[in-house]
Design a protein around this ligand. Structure first.
Ligand code: HEM
Length: 435
């Protein structure tokens, strides 16, 4: 760090850049000050050593990245009608993300009469493999029929308005959104700090709409073992292998045909509540029939090893399918959905008690805890991925007795940024209209 004059001038320079980048956006001085949360390494403090996931790359990190233990998923509404302000924010988010994911300390030198620029709860914590993955909801392109930013013509056909599925009980406050950030890290406070910081940078341009924290049972000491979800079953056994580039290209990334969308992946994000108290009262045999797998080993019913193929055509002595017709894995399998595959990277969640105002009678015990699965599924097109797979499951899956979809979002997650570029630049670079 050089002397205070230098600090002042570099800060002024940065403020100038932000004001310029906001390009005429109607933002207040205070909002610019917050937007100017300049990430900067301070000599003497240095980086906290630890595992780092690279932020820049062909694809955004946080999709093919091996799962971290914690999630903080944040969804925003855009509250400005100035495209320049949205673009400036994406530049700022990119810059801040590169610093945050590298574990670099943010500038935080408030005097007693100043508001600190960094909330500081990640001070001293290692980077914890933080990834920040951004997505564009339909509302970035068209909102209530209005083309707010001149982006309507660029809306991908695959970024559909989600159909209503059988059994959906979507809560408006946990549904939709114009932008999303998936923060994943091996420390909950690192993930939360990053999302909180990005929200803060966005003041005046975006506003939080819904958030969901989550955790995974992924055990770093037992790598290779599939994590268990809150139903106690191994979850993630049959999934495209993120290390298989060809498989990911086939199922997850949009290819050459995509225009600005080349390298996009579509994210279906759904908080799914599980009536865990009710589930816990079910006999083991019934639980296994519901899922179609053995609970202890994770093997498909009729099998012994977790990763052996499920024999969907196998029948028992009475002529019934060993893996029941309305079991979860049969209805979800690519074989029963015309080959449709999605890449699941889901986290469990626990929002505490759903109702605390009164003591529920025993018959309502299943409604007590607001816990479940933050379902996150990636694909190259939801019209040939999540939608056909779930349409069938939503009607017939035995698991539906225990799970309720309470929120939903669909996001086009743009390609990764290159150094000097920003998240979404392939979209914004195509635009010539002033705004
Ligand atoms: C709370 C909700 C859910 C729970 C607890 C759950 C749990 C599970 C479990 C335990 C498995 C077996 C292990 C595995 O292969 O991963 C599985 C498989 C699967 N699930 Fe789910 N799941 C849920 C929702 C969904 C939804 C909404 C979808 C998509 C529409 C889905 C798609 C799949 C697929 C594609 C498989 C692999 C099927 C195969 O064997 O080929 N799941 N799920």
């Amino acid at each position: 760090m050089t002397g205070s004059t230098d600090k002042g001038s570099s800060r002024r320079r940065f403020l100038g850049n932000v004001a310029g980048a906001l390009g005429g956006a109607m933002v207040t001085e205070a909002q610019i000050a917050v937007a100017a949360t300049a990430p900067r390494q301070e000599p003497g403090r240095g980086l906290v050593a630890g595992r780092v996931e690279p932020f820049f790359g062909t694809h955004q990190a946080g999709i093919a990245t091996p799962m971290q233990s914690h999630l903080y998923f944040a969804v925003f509404d855009i509250v400005t009608d100035q495209r320049g302000a949205v673009e400036a924010l994406l530049r700022r988010w990119t810059e801040a993300s590169a610093w945050l994911t590298a574990g670099r300390p943010l500038e935080n030198e408030a005097s007693a009469d100043q508001i600190p620029l960094d909330s500081a709860e990640a001070e001293g914590l290692e980077p914890a493999r933080l990834t920040l993955t951004f997505g564009f909801g339909p509302g970035l392109f068209v909102k209530d029929g209005v083309d707010r930013f001149g982006l309507a013509a660029q809306r991908p056909a695959a970024l559909v308005d989600m159909p209503k599925f059988n059994g959906d009980q979507l809560i408006v406050e946990r549904t939709g959104g114009d932008l999303c950030v998936q923060a994943c890290a091996d420390h909950p406070q690192v993930a939360m700090h990053a999302a909180r910081h990005l929200a803060r940078i966005g003041a005046g341009v975006v506003q939080l709409r819904w958030v969901q924290a989550g955790f995974s049972a992924d055990n770093p000491h037992k790598k290779g073992e599939t994590a268990r979800n809150l139903m106690g079953f191994k979850d993630g056994t049959v999934n495209p292998d993120p290390r298989d580039a060809a498989g990911m290209a086939q199922h997850v990334w949009v290819g050459e045909d995509g225009g600005w969308m080349k390298g996009v992946a579509y994210l279906v994000a759904r908080p799914i509540r599980i009536a865990i108290e009710r589930w816990d009262r079910m006999k083991l045999g019934f639980q296994e029939q519901v899922v179609g797998r053995h609970k202890a080993s994770g093997a498909p019913l009729g099998g012994v090893h977790e990763f052996e193929p499920a024999r969907l055509d196998a029948i028992d002595a009475d002529g019934n399918y060993i893996i029941p017709e309305n079991s979860h894995i049969r209805l979800a399998a690519a074989e029963t959905n015309g080959g449709a595959r999605i890449f699941r990277r889901a986290y469990s969640y626990d929002n505490g008690l759903a109702h605390i105002a009164e003591r529920w009678p025993p018959w309502r015990q299943g409604l007590l805890m607001d816990a479940g699965l933050m379902f996150l599924a990636w694909q190259r097109d939801p019209r040939s991925g999540f939608i056909p797979v779930f349409e069938n499951m939503a009607k017939f899956d035995m698991m539906n007795q225990f799970v309720t979809h309470v929120g939903s979002g669909l996001f086009a997650c743009p390609p990764g940024a290159q150094p000097g570029g920003f998240i979404g630049d392939t979209l914004f670079a195509r635009l010539i209209l002033p705004n």
